[in-house]
Ligand binder design. Sequence first.
Ligand code: XMP
Length: 513
Amino acid sequence: MEKEMVIVLDFGGQYNQLIARRVRECNVYCEVHPYSMSLEKLKELNPKGIIFTGGPNSVYKEGAPGCTREIFEMGIPILGICYGSQLMAYLLGGNVKTAPVSEYGKTEVDVDKSSVLFSDVLEKTICWMSHTDYIEKEPEGFRVTACTPVCPVAAMENAEKQLYAVQFHPEVIHTQEGMKMLSNFVYNICHCSGNWRMDSFVETSIRQIREKVGSGKVLCALSGGVDSSVAAVLLAKAVGKQLTCVFVDHGLLRKNEGDEVEAVFGPKGPYDLNFVRVNAQERFYAKLAGVEEPEIKRKIIGEEFIRVFEEEAKKIGVVDFLVQGTIYPDVIESGLGKSAVIKSHHNVGGLPAYVDFKEIIEPLRLLFKDEVRKAGLELGIPEHLVYRQPFPGPGLGVRIIGEVTAQKVRMIQEADAIYREEIVKAGADKNLGQYFAALTNMRSVGVMGDERTYDYAVALRAVNTSDFMTAEAAQIPWEVLGIVAGRIVNEVKGVNRVLYDCTGKPPATIEFE
Ligand code: XMP
């Protein structure tokens, strides 16, 4: 079967991976490459189509990312988006101008339905705009196929040369018919057949991992969460017993989780792995004693993790590769992409510079959470593991506000277990992206029996989200919250108050630290 691929050339836009993901949703394999990729390399990859991303620059700015005009002569269909569309216009002789005011947000666009790109799209369709520069005049040989009152060339094309450009962002959900446009591009312009499925990702990854690893030894950081479990099984299928999975019980896991992970991945589980469990609870608690600042806690946990791995690696002998279950949202939120640092995820930003391994393998680095789950199902991982809710690498360390102590860990483990049990019992878990209990560092006065108490408050969190980059607080039925609150204050010693977090993300984040 011919391997079809569309290439996204990244000009620095914030939605570059999102474009790739949308193309994959059309069942066409898609990879993101830097705009500076050579034409020879591009030809070698033999793409069925190319998409230019947006970017923060102006085409006239010195040193702005660009490409040679030859790319337009290769006979490969190209779709330019935002900056990509301006670049196309500029390089082919059109005019790009800076507007006095930016056009930003949902905008009604008039489209010419005779364009293949807009087939089956409404004549007036809502699109997401985010630009200051605009194409004032299209290059010769092009025709304008969409406009808004302030944007004379919201889309243009030279169908003969298979060159298409849109000023708006078809990849974001606010562009109501964006998926239709991208699907028109890959099917009706690039003539892809749509034969790619997640099993191809799994197959290709296994092959690439085998090539890379050769006869080397691999160490995998297994946390028991969805991402690292999928990464571990992928590696196990690729290199079998060359892989050792080290599961660090840092004492910041949910109640009974350490044993559950061991039951699945340990010697009695279904996978043929080398499995090592390290019980490092006391070591982590000692390092965290007296530390309150969230970023410092994250860094300490991340660093201690790596130290433990290094020690295990030494016991195993020479280890060449370290595997991590980093996924795409971790990469951008840790500031390794283009956006600002929100939190340094311990499996990405918290990595110390002096790691004792030849190379890090992150097979899921380009996938979004739901894509990771699909890959997990392809790999035959049981559904209850694949649909497990995400759990942060630093674990309860970021769900205990302020200083972490063994006693606080026990309190929050108990409270969280009660919360999760009652949510499942009430059938309220089905549509929730994530739900958990956190321990605030607020103590307040209560009365139990005839006694005054001065104890901690537990905060309950539940969010609806599909990408974990934005989320809204879920509406848990009041009766369920009542049962949970009653059980927590009665059963968890040291807690006398339960609060519900109604904040979305943004402005809050999902985790508390
Ligand atoms: P925030 O709190 O940033 O969380 O809104 C977004 C999603 O990421 C998870 N999360 C992490 N996952 N390592 C991880 O692997 C981390 O350090 C980490 N911090 C947050 C969080 O649970 C949510 O699903």
